[in-house]
Design a protein around this ligand. Structure first.
Ligand code: PLP
Length: 430
């Protein structure tokens, strides 16, 4: 495969766009560098780059493209929406239809508000929780990404009783001091942090199923204990379902797992590929938000007609009977196939999979914590990534990301992917 046009575009991009990319995860820095492939068009499970190479896509734009690229129903909805005006700065019926659909799917959303990204959604839930509890600190879990607002770019201190430190230049120390970061799946550390900071804790922010150090499920009882301990302390529970909502079932991870947060943040899938975020939850908590309450959140683009209609169309598509069984079936085919190859070629790798989302870790142990994910072999992943790319299989360029299967992938695509995995493993084991 040749990538000369991608390389040329990337060189040009670097003259105008900082780092040549509009989001750092798009660069190939984490997989040894090189020009990222520049995509031109997508169709179902495939996309095509500027050199005309075809790929089976498992990036799915980091999650949103669960219905595949250019799904006809979603494309039609976007076209129709564009023809009737793309932004009014007034309420539209589409916002109401979509909010109702979300609430029917996820009953904890007594009230909802639309914003423009997952970052905004999470940032606002934290503000609302602070307004409601009149407390300032939050607890979050190590390795979980919640967007790029100051409060969530905070690294752990040296233990559960320690305040955080900035995890990005430009985040004030004073802001980091409002955040305590503890290990996911470690209820004792969480308990220690809550006991130590007790009436200062406004909320705990958690991805109910982790998607950002690979796919990691909560151990049995973890989320229930987080809820009980937080609530006994007068703190709120915020779920970040930016990745998980509508990913594993029609609704949130909260419905699938039978746990209920006070507030939830959304993004990605619910926009059908257009920019979106949403947050919502208990009526009495949401009443903190302007115009009813004193916590301010606004947006020129919030609830824009294009994203609303794309989101509605996407939900209509994935609500179809059998969506999640299909994703699970293909996910299992992929997982079983790779596991057999891991054994055959004696590759030090393990897989975490839930339905149509999966991560391959280059380690021999089952990964349940961020520490383990950090300790997996990044160099081996980088070699695997490039070998797969050169065979027309597009993965996220990071050992921490998931593979996402779409409803447009087929058994044949999985078989082709397994052939590429086999070739890659052969080369890795040389
Ligand atoms: N929360 C989670 C769990 C995410 O994975 C992400 C993005 O990857 C975000 C929040 C931020 O969303 P956005 O990139 O739309 O700002």
């Amino acid at each position: 495969m040749k990538f000369t046009e991608s390389e040329r575009v990337q060189q040009e991009a670097e003259q105008y766009i900082l780092g040549g990319v509009n989001s750092p995860s798009r660069s190939y820095k984490a997989v040894g560098g090189g020009a990222p492939v520049v995509m031109e068009r997508g169709d179902g499970a495939y996309f095509y780059d500027a050199d005309g190479n075809q790929y089976i896509d498992y990036l799915a734009a980091y999650g949103p493209i669960i219905a595949g690229h250019a799904h006809p129903h979603i494309t039609e909805a976007i076209n129709k929406a564009a023809e009737t005006g793309i932004l009014f700065g007034t309420p539209t019926k589409h916002e109401v239809t979509f909010a109702k659909m979300l609430q029917e799917a996820i009953p904890s959303l007594e009230k909802v508000r639309f914003v423009n990204s997952g970052t905004e959604a999470v940032m606002t839930t934290i503000r609302v929780a602070r307004a409601y509890t009149k407390r300032d600190k939050i607890i979050k879990f190590a390795g979980c990404y919640h967007g790029h607002s100051d409060l969530v770019l905070v690294a752990a201190g040296s233990g559960p009783s320690q305040l955080g430190t900035p995890d990005s230049a430009g985040v004030p120390k004073s802001v980091a001091q409002e955040v305590i970061t503890v290990p996911f799946n470690d209820i004792e550390s969480f308990k220690e942090a809550v006991n130590h900071f007790s009436d200062q804790i406004a909320a705990v922010l958690v991805e109910p199923i982790v998607g950002n150090f690979g796919i990691v499920e909560p151990v049995s009882g973890f989320l229930e204990a987080v809820n009980d301990i937080a609530h006994a302390n007068g703190s709120l529970v915020i779920y970040d379902e930016v990745i998980t909502a509508f990913r594993f079932c029609y609704g949130g991870a909260q419905d699938m797992l039978g746990v209920k947060p006070d507030l939830t943040a959304f993004g990605k899938i619910i926009g059908g590929g257009l920019p979106i975020g949403a947050y919502g939850g208990r009526q009495d908590i949401m009443e903190q938000v302007a115009p009813l309450g004193k916590a301010y959140q606004a947006g020129t683009m919030a609830g824009n007609p294009l994203s609303m209609q794309a989101g509605i169309a996407l939900l209509e598509v994935i609500k179809e009977e059998g969506t999640y069984d299909y994703l699970d079936r293909l996910g299992k085919q992929l997982e079983d196939g790779i596991n057999a190859l891991i054994t055959e070629y004696e590759i030090p790798a393990t897989i975490n999979r839930l339905k149509g989302a999966m991560t391959i870790y280059f380690t021999t142990e089952k990964v349940t914590s961020y520490e383990q994910a950090e300790n997996t072999d990044g160099e081996l992943f980088a070699r695997f990534f490039k070998l797969m790319l050169n065979q027309g299989i597009n993965l996220a360029p990071s050992k921490y990301e998931a593979w996402f299967i779409t409803i447009r992938h087929t058994e044949e695509d999985i078989k082709q992917t397994l052939l590429a995995v086999e070739n890659s493993f052969k080369q890795l084991s040389l």
